[in-house]
Write a new protein. Structure first.
Length: 561
């Protein structure tokens, strides 16, 4: 069983200027390398434990040693630079280094992240430097108490959303029930079966994707479910009401001064704009409701993209059911629906609404930008433009396909236009994915920055400090616990990891100047108290041999592929 003695945290060049400003997310390209042996070699040759691609680093440059509970750094280089804080270590000499101190090898700055006490002496119990003095017993026993209940205006907003949900659910149920009943009575049983099954595929794909990319501060399932139900139920009635009111007015426009093709183009553009603006407004209202009611769960680009994609998936599912129920009972019509609404359907509403969510998340992440309204406005305009363009092309394609005199060439070009209509969506999805990956990297940076002191004080072990920054390693560890040790130990470890992540983000929020964010769910001490309780549960859940063999009460883990 491998024990991680400590962690070498490689600092970015920006760290030379000191700590980040309060509340600022730390650079995304800092690294955390586990120390698995008592001796760690640093140099440019590949046989070193830490390989530094630094022109000022020699082949074997420095030696970091852990012996009898103390750390030392030795300079092995003839001319290379080795420093501990601001003290230069001469060649072939060594200096003591304490956990938390920074050191430099060549031009690369690093930090030693390790407990202040030897691992064998760490006390991970209720007594400790972070003993909670204000946390109630209910908070320790009930993990949901870490979620701050909404107050005041937020509570009224929550009640309004619940009331709207009930009303919208009744309206949607009546509308879909009527459509399905009529379809069955007219002999369209195959369409009804397809309508009740196929629209679930893209929705399930978005939900699975959300679970895979929500790696660090995971969003509560009940908020994700609320977002999905907003799109699937609450947003549908107002969208249908507005669109059904405006569409006849647009269809009645004749444009006599324009040729037929020009009139068709103008009508298609107006229809596309109607659908784009209306649907993005009702879906975007769900994002704004989440932002106002649970502000601390909507604080960066990751959250905005996730909630936007989930709302879009719910809206698309209900819309697709209606499309399949009302479609013609022909193989061609069903094929077009399967390709456009199922296979490529996840690119539609989820991408549109995620653009607006990314803008809101950027505003929250930057806290106090020069023009806070600009990112959300830009994201909303991108969503509306993409949506309107998509529906414009589909509307014009429908006119061309249904036009009897149209030649085979025109119809072929129309099909190609429908396929090309997804290209802007693919581009937008790639941009959103890039933004999401960078946002997740910044979330990992929060863990690296704000858990350093917790490792020193013994609240978090070095092993946990490393594994929580590697989503794949954490997932492998949790799967192994579930399969080999049982559901109770798996759940306790999963809850422990969530509490440690919550502690890091609570400290990050606490560093933000007052007024820039809402109060956190719970103070850092509340998370520390929960960590101690879960650690006792882990210790009591394992056989005595396991307790004696691991200071962290966790099985060994691998950070490899």
């Amino acid at each position: 069983m491998t024990t991680i003695r400590g962690v070498v945290r490689v600092l970015s060049p920006a760290a030379d200027a000191g700590q980040p400003a309060p509340g600022q997310l730390v650079p995304e390209h800092t690294l955390a390398l586990p120390i698995l042996d008592d001796v760690l070699t640093l140099g440019s040759d590949l046989h070193n434990a830490v390989v530094l691609f630094d022109p000022e680093v020699e082949s074997e440059h420095a030696l970091l040693r852990y012996q009898r509970g103390a750390w030392t750094l030795e300079n092995l280089a003839e001319k290379g630079v080795v420093r501990v804080e601001d003290v230069t270590v001469p060649p072939h000499m060594m200096a003591a280094i304490a956990p938390g101190q920074c050191f430099q090898v060549g031009t690369t700055r690093m930090q030693l992240v390790a407990p202040d006490l030897p691992l064998s002496l760490m006390v991970l119990a209720e007594e400790g430097p972070y003993a909670s003095q204000s946390t109630t017993g209910a908070l320790l026993q009930n993990p949901r108490a870490l979620w701050r209940a909404p107050r005041g205006l937020a509570r009224l907003g929550l009640l309004a959303v619940l009331g709207g949900f009930i009303i919208a659910f009744v309206l949607v149920a009546i509308g879909l029930g009527t459509l399905i009943t009529n379809r069955v009575l007219t002999g369209g049983g195959s369409n009804v079966l397809a309508a009740l099954t196929l629209p679930l595929i893209p929705a399930a794909g978005i939900i699975l994707l959300t679970a895979l990319i929500d790696r660090y501060e995971r969003e509560p399932w009940y908020l994700l479910l609320s977002a999905f139900l907003w799109g699937a139920i609450i947003a549908i009635p107002p969208a249908v009401l507005i669109e059904k009111t405006i569409v006849p007015a647009i269809s009645a426009l004749s444009f006599p001064q324009l040729p037929r093709m020009g009139a068709d183009l103008v009508q298609s553009a107006l229809l596309g704009l109607n659908y784009g603006v209306t649907e993005e407004v009702v879906k975007g209202a769900g994002l704004i409701a989440l932002l106002l009611i649970v502000r601390d769960r909507f604080e960066n680009i990751t959250d905005g993209i996730l909630y936007g994609a989930i709302i879009g998936a719910g809206f698309a599912m209900t819309e697709n059911i209606a499309y399949f129920v009302t479609a013609e009972s022909s193989r061609l019509a069903l094929t077009f629906l399967i390709i456009g609404r199922v296979l490529l359907g996840w690119l539609g509403h989820s991408t549109f609404t995620a653009c607006f969510g990314a803008g809101l998340g950027y505003m929250r992440e930057r806290r106090a930008p020069l023009r806070p309204w600009l990112p959300p406005l830009l994201g909303f305009l991108v969503a509306v433009c993409l949506h309107s363009l998509f529906d414009f092309v589909n509307s014009q394609a429908t006119i061309a396909v249904n036009d009897a005199p149209a030649s085979a060439l025109v119809k072929t070009l129309t099909v190609l236009a429908i396929v090309a209509n997804y290209i802007p969506l693919v581009i937008a999805a790639v941009v959103l994915w890039t933004m999401l990956q960078r946002s997740l990297a910044r979330e990992a940076g929060v863990l690296r920055e704000y858990l350093v002191d917790e490792v020193r004080q013994g609240v978090v072990t070095p092993e946990e400090y490393v594994v929580l920054q590697h989503a794949s390693a954490r997932q492998r560890l949790q799967r192994a616990l579930l399969l080999l040790r049982g559901a109770r130990l798996w759940w306790a470890t999963r809850s422990l990891h969530a509490a440690i992540v919550g502690l890091a983000f609570a400290k990050w929020r606490a560093s933000i100047p007052p007024g820039d964010t809402a109060p956190p769910f719970a103070p850092p001490n509340a998370y520390r108290a929960r960590i101690r309780r879960l650690r006792r549960l882990l210790r009591d859940s394992q056989p005595p041999a396991d307790q004696a063999g691991s200071s962290s009460n966790l099985p060994s883990m691998s950070l490899g592929g």
